[in-house]
Design a protein around this ligand. Structure first.
Ligand code: ADP
Ligand code: ASP
Ligand code: MG
Length: 410
């Protein structure tokens, strides 16, 4: 018996029927004697629908404050419906928006960070046997305005609440029964991991595995929140995100992540002298455009090519900014490519083994997939390739590192 924070994602609350099923699941945990706090996403598709209406009216210059007011409304619907379903089952339940708790964030609309959560009121409800049903994805800034945490941010709401309440476990309940070696929608033979380390999960989430919002993993690591990803609909242990792996022998590669939401920009013929990189990237950072991979070629005849990747949504703005900068630097043309994808292999076992990169590059070469950029850290290797090869690359790498379900277990 203890305090469990359960987060249900969009597909888990995608219809009235599914909300009824979630209510049954919550009742089951309560009847086992646990205190339960629920965090919900909006019904599936709802956040997309809201945001596209906002963009239709507001276009490029849409007010970020109003977009947050709009986007946060999706969660208001689901928390009310689940609270009603719980009450129908004879359970005390009460819905809460972020300002009622309060979940305080900074003022960065659309990608706000949680700074502080008031727990006193919520604790009292839990003590009284009430199930608080909290709107995920949203917060409130110093001025009292609604903020949102970025797409997929309800995971972070849940882990932050679990940390603040020192919960015994935070369960991310979703449409897959755990964290897999790669996205099971791409590789059918992907294998569920019974556990994965925080470090690896943080890399996977940051590199595109959308099963967990990266900041939720960061929170769980920082505040030592026991975190589990599991299915809403099928019983099972799911995947536990652990501080350290108990296995002595670490697999070289634990998982493969991919993302197709980046774009690359190249400034050709940049004068090869001190200060060029900062003149290119400084103004990009000033516009709050996040830069991911950076590659600068060896200079020839005093000139070099400078390439970097940005989020695809920032591509147009970054490119037009760069055209002006290139002129100032007396550099050559600015070219870009939106049809790229990033594929990454992640594993703590990489630390102690050479040759992982070679296996990765050999595998891609065998499929005739050209590597455009490479970046590495201690426990990951990422490559940029043409987007049309994304699925082929993920499947081939999954085979090359033998991540599939072993034949005898099928
Ligand atoms: P929710 O709406 O419950 O938050 P998401 O769609 O955000 O669910 O996340 C679950 C999805 O994440 C899965 O349906 C799956 O396609 C995708 N996914 C990507 N990588 C992985 C992975 N390594 N393991 C499990 N699921 C993954
Ligand atoms: N509803 C929000 C989204 O679709 C937050 C979430 O689902 O986690 O991004
Ligand atoms: Mg999600």
């Amino acid at each position: 018996m203890g305090l469990i924070v359960q987060k249900y994602g969009g597909t888990s609350v995608g219809s009235v029927q599914k909300i009824q099923a979630v209510a049954d699941r919550v009742v089951r945990f309560r009847s086992e004697g646990h205190q339960v706090l629920v965090v919900l996403s909006a019904m599936s598709g709802e956040t997309n629908r809201l945001l596209s209406m906002g963009r239709e009216i507001g276009g490029e210059t849409v007010s970020r404050r109003e977009m947050d007011v709009l986007a946060a409304s999706g969660e208001q619907v689901s928390i009310a419906l689940l609270s009603m379903a719980l009450q129908q089952r004879g359970l005390g339940a009460r819905s809460f928006l972020a300002n009622q708790i309060s979940i305080r964030t900074d003022g960065a609309h659309g990608r706000a960070r949680i700074e502080k959560i008031e727990t006193e009121g919520i604790r009292q409800y839990l003590e009284d046997g009430i199930v608080p049903v909290v709107a995920g994805f949203q917060g409130v800034n110093e001025a009292g305005d609604i903020t949102t945490l970025g797409r997929g941010g309800s995971d972070t709401s849940a882990v932050a609440l679990a940390a603040a309440l020192e919960a015994d476990e935070c369960q991310i309940c979703t449409d897959v029964d755990g964290v897999y070696t790669t996205d099971p929608r791409i590789v059918e033979s992907a294998r569920r991991l019974s556990q994965i380390t925080f470090e690896e999960m943080l890399e996977l989430a940051s590199l595109g595995s959308k099963v967990l919002h990266p900041r939720s993993v960061e929170f769980a690591g920082r505040y030592q929140v026991p975190l589990r990803v599991m299915s809403t609909f099928v019983e099972g242990p799911g995947t536990l995100i652990t501080m350290e792996s108990e296995e002595m022998e670490q697999p070289l590669v634990s998982g493969i992540a991919h993302t197709a939401d980046e774009a690359k920009i190249t400034v050709a013929g940049v004068p090869d002298r001190p200060g060029s990189a900062s003149k290119i990237l400084g103004p990009v950072a000033d516009e709050n455009i996040e830069v991911d991979m950076i590659v600068q070629n060896i200079g020839v005849d005093g000139l070099t090519d400078f390439t970097f990747t940005v989020k695809r949504q920032d591509y147009d703005q970054a490119k037009s900014l760069l055209v002006g900068i290139a002129q100032e630097l007396e550099a050559g043309e600015v070219v870009g490519d939106k049809e790229i994808a990033k594929v990454s292999i992640v594993g703590v076992g990489m630390r102690s083994h050479a040759g992982v990169a070679t296996t990765m590059f050999d595998c891609l070469a065998a499929e005739n997939i050209n590597i455009q950029m490479i970046s590495t850290s201690e426990i990951k290797i990422s490559v940029v390739i043409a987007e049309r090869y994304l699925e082929l690359a993920v499947r081939s790498l999954h085979n090359a590192f033998q991540l599939q379900v072993p034949a005898e277990a099928e």
